[in-house]
Design a protein around this ligand. Structure first.
Ligand SMILES: Nc1ncnc2c1ncn2[C@@H]1O[C@H](COP(=O)(O)OP(=O)(O)O)[C@@H](O)[C@H]1O
Ligand SMILES: [Mg+2]
Length: 266
C-alpha cells in the first residue's frame, strides 16, 4: 500500500543495541545494554520506576543521543545502519513511516484538537498521499480496525475517552505499515477493563501485521500478554533476559523474583 516492502530476512536482526548507555551528569540512567531484535519479535522492557526503561526506549528510537555505545537499524534496503549517522531524510523516513511510537499519554502522540480522521490521515500525507477520498477511506477503515465508531471520524480526540484515544494513537501509528513500533507504558493510566480490551487489540494487530515491537511496561501482565522476550532492568542495567514465559514463571534473579511476586513498587 504505502510502498512495497523489502523485509529483512527473519534470521537477520532488525535492530541491534551495542553497549548502550546514557548519563545525566553523574547519574547513570542506563548502561551496557546490548541485544538484537528480530523482525516480528515483541520485546518487553520491565523494571521498577526509575530503572531506566524510558531512557532506554528513547535511545533505541533515536530520540535521545547515547552517551556510550550505539544503536543500528536495518533499513528497508537491508543495510544495517548506525542511527547516529543517518541523514535528515533517512531519520524522517524512520519517524514518519517505518517506525511507530505509542506514548503513554495520548496527548503526546495525537493532535487533540483536530479530527480523528485528520490524525490518521496526516501520517499518510506525510508519506506523499494526496487524494482526499483515499486518505479518508483509509483513515476510516483504520478506525474500524481499532474499534472506533466511524461516525466519530470528524470528532477531535479531546472528546474521546482514554481508551479510544489510545486506540486512535495506535491507528495513527500503524496506518503507514511500520516495521517496528515503540510503546512506552501503552496501557498506563487506563481502567483495568479498558486495558484488557486494548491489550487484546494490540496483540491481534501485532500478530496480523507481523510487527516488531519494543514495549516498556511496569505491568508484567502486559509483558506476559504481548511479548515473546523480556528484559528486566534494575538501576539502569539489564539484569535478566529470556523468553517471557521462562522469565516470568521461573525467574533466576532475586530481583526478578521480587518483581514477579509484586513485592516491589511499580
Ligand atoms: N532528562 C533527565 N534528566 C535527568 N535525569 C533523568 C532524566 N530522565 C531520566 N532521568 C533519571 O534517569 C533514571 C531513569 O529514568 P527513566 O528512564 O525515566 O526510568 P523508568 O522509565 O524506568 O521509570 C532515573 O533516575 C531518572 O530520574
Ligand atoms: Mg518510564
Amino acid at each position: 500500500m504505502v510502498e512495497s516492502k523489502t523485509v529483512a530476512p527473519d534470521d537477520q536482526p532488525l535492530l541491534v543495541a551495542d553497549n548502550l548507555g546514557k548519563n545525566y551528569g553523574r547519574l547513570v540512567a542506563c548502561r551496557d545494554v546490548s541485544f538484537s531484535l528480530y523482525p516480528g519479535e515483541v520485546l518487553a522492557i520491565v523494571g521498577e520506576s526509575g530503572s531506566g526503561k524510558s531512557t532506554l526506549l528513547q535511545l533505541l528510537s533515536a530520540q535521545l543521543a547515547a552517551s556510550a555505545g550505539r544503536v543500528s537499524y536495518r533499513m528497508r534496503d537491508g543495510v544495517l545502519r548506525d542511527l547516529a549517522e543517518l541523514g535528515e531524510a533517512e531519520r524522517r523516513f524512520l519517524f514518519r513511516t517505518d517506525w511507530g511510537y505509542v506514548h503513554q499519554d495520548p496527548a503526546q502522540g495525537l493532535r487533540m484538537a483536530v479530527s480523528a480522521g485528520a490524525n490518521v490521515g496526516e501520517r499518510l500525507m506525510a508519506v506523499g498521499w494526496n487524494h482526499y477520498g483515499r486518505i479518508r477511506d483509509t483513515a476510516s477503515s483504520w478506525l474500524e480496525r481499532v474499534e472506533i465508531d466511524t461516525g466519530r471520524i470528524d470528532d477531535a480526540p479531546r472528546t474521546y475517552s482514554g481508551g479510544m484515544r489510545q486506540r486512535l494513537q495506535i491507528a495513527r501509528n500503524l496506518v503507514t505499515e511500520p516495521r517496528l513500533v515503540f510503546m512506552d507504558e501503552p496501557t498506563g493510566g487506563l481502567d483495568v477493563s479498558v486495558q484488557a480490551r486494548l491489550l487484546d487489540l494490540m496483540r491481534n494487530l501485532v500478530s496480523e501485521l507481523g510487527l516488531a515491537a519494543i514495549v516498556v511496561t511496569h505491568d508484567l501482565a502486559v509483558a506476559r500478554l504481548l511479548s515473546h522476550r523480556v528484559m528486566v532492568m534494575k538501576g539502569g542495567r539489564v539484569i535478566e533476559t529470556g523468553l517471557t514465559d521462562q522469565v516470568l514463571d521461573d525467574p533466576r534473579e532475586p530481583y526478578t523474583q521480587l518483581l514477579v511476586s509484586s513485592i516491589l513498587p511499580a
